[in-house]
Design a protein around this ligand. Structure first.
Ligand code: UDP
Length: 328
């Protein structure tokens, strides 16, 4: 008989999933990763076993539930590029929606009831009020956000019918890297602002393009709530414990409640690296709202979640350590 509880982590080889696996292992859980390694990395699976399989493979998926005494599921596996989702919604609905439904079915069949879902602030669409609280209207403006919203709603109905206890964690801008330097962000192509700015500082890309300088923000560039990936990992752990203690299902925003502009991120990378970042000002990227800032008070009140990384420079420092160590 296993003494440590096993948690199935879909997408555990990805950026946020691998950090969640580290947090789980540190808290005495065994994270069992299922990942097709399409966008995840074998090197990122360090804290528990890896089952290399696609969620669309029903036999492999149900096999995981019989091979390991799984007590809960944390579901990261998804495609996450907004632009790609607009160009190829079929791919997004297949992977993010259909495969999530297969996962629910496998959970119900295996009598596994605890489900933590990695959702996104993209479920809200264009903000009507800032900061965004969980009861803000949900009007996703791309298939990525739509797919995430659907799975949240499906979780609710699976909860009502089959007793699945669920928590949907709506991330704002995941950023930074493991403070101990064991894992970090690695996307291909890399589109996220902080790594892109670091690459420009390291001159592995010629410059950073600033998408939009005419927003009605303090310096004309778009403002986002950058939340550290280790804090996101902790939130998953807290959500899991909340469900295991019979806490009520629900959605939780994960952000710091503070916003930083694109120019502020560039200035932070310059401060931390001591290097100059070449910039090119471009037009707005279609679909980008001017400002996204979380109201994280629900996660604080119910889960007891308090992000440790409140300071942009501290977040950038961990990202800098990861990327410069890899690329220098
Ligand atoms: N951004 C930018 N240049 C880049 C990448 C991003 O100006 O090369 C801006 C983008 O328009 C947004 C912010 O930086 O306002 C964060 O973008 P990212 O892609 O990291 O996350 P998103 O908020 O789109 O999920």
């Amino acid at each position: 008989m296993a003494t440590q509880p096993h948690v199935l982590v879909t997408g555990g080889a990805g950026y946020i999933g691998s950090h969640a696996c580290k947090a789980l292992a540190g808290a005495g859980f065994i994270p069992v990763t299922i990942d097709n390694l399409d966008r995840g990395h074998r090197w990122a699976v360090k804290y528990g076993p890896l089952v290399e399989a696609d969620l669309a493979d029903g036999d492999r998926l149900s096999g995981v539930f019989s091979d390991y005494p799984i007590e809960a599921v944390i579901h990261f596996a998804a495609y996450t590029y907004v632009r790609e989702s607009i160009e190829n919604p079929r791919k997004y609905f297949q992977n993010n929606v259909t495969n999530s439904l297969s996962l629910f079915e496998a959970m119900v069949d295996a009598n596994v009831r605890n489900f933590v879902y990695s959702s996104t602030c993209a479920v809200y669409g264009d903000p009507e009020t800032i900061p965004l609280a969980e009861d803000h209207p949900q009007n996703p403006v791309n298939p990525y956000g739509e797919s995430k919203r659907f799975v949240e709603h499906a979780a609710r109905w699976f909860g009502e019918a089959y007793g699945i206890r669920w928590a949907a964690l709506r991330f704002f801008n995941a950023s930074g890297a493991d403070p101990e330097g064991e894992i970090g962000e690695s996307h291909d192509p890399e589109t996220h602002l902080i790594p892109v700015v670091i690459e420009a500082a390291l001159e592995t890309r010629p410059h950073v393009k600033i998408f939009g300088t005419d927003y009605s923000t303090r310096d004309g560039t778009a403002v986002r709530d950058y939340v550290h990936v280790a804090d996101l990992a902790t939130a998953h752990l807290l959500a899991l414990k909340h469900l295991m203690d019979d806490g009520a299902p629900g959605a939780f925003n994960l952000g710091t409640g503070r916003g930083h502009s694109v120019r502020e991120v560039i200035a932070s990378v310059e401060r931390i690296s001591g290097l100059k970042v070449a910039v090119r000002e471009e037009g707005r990227r279609p679909g980008d709202p001017p400002e996204l800032i979380a109201d994280p008070s629900r996660a604080a009140a119910i889960l007891g979640w308090r992000p440790q990384f409140q300071d942009l420079d501290k977040i950038v420092q961990t990202a800098w350590k990861w990327h410069s160590g890899k690329e220098k």
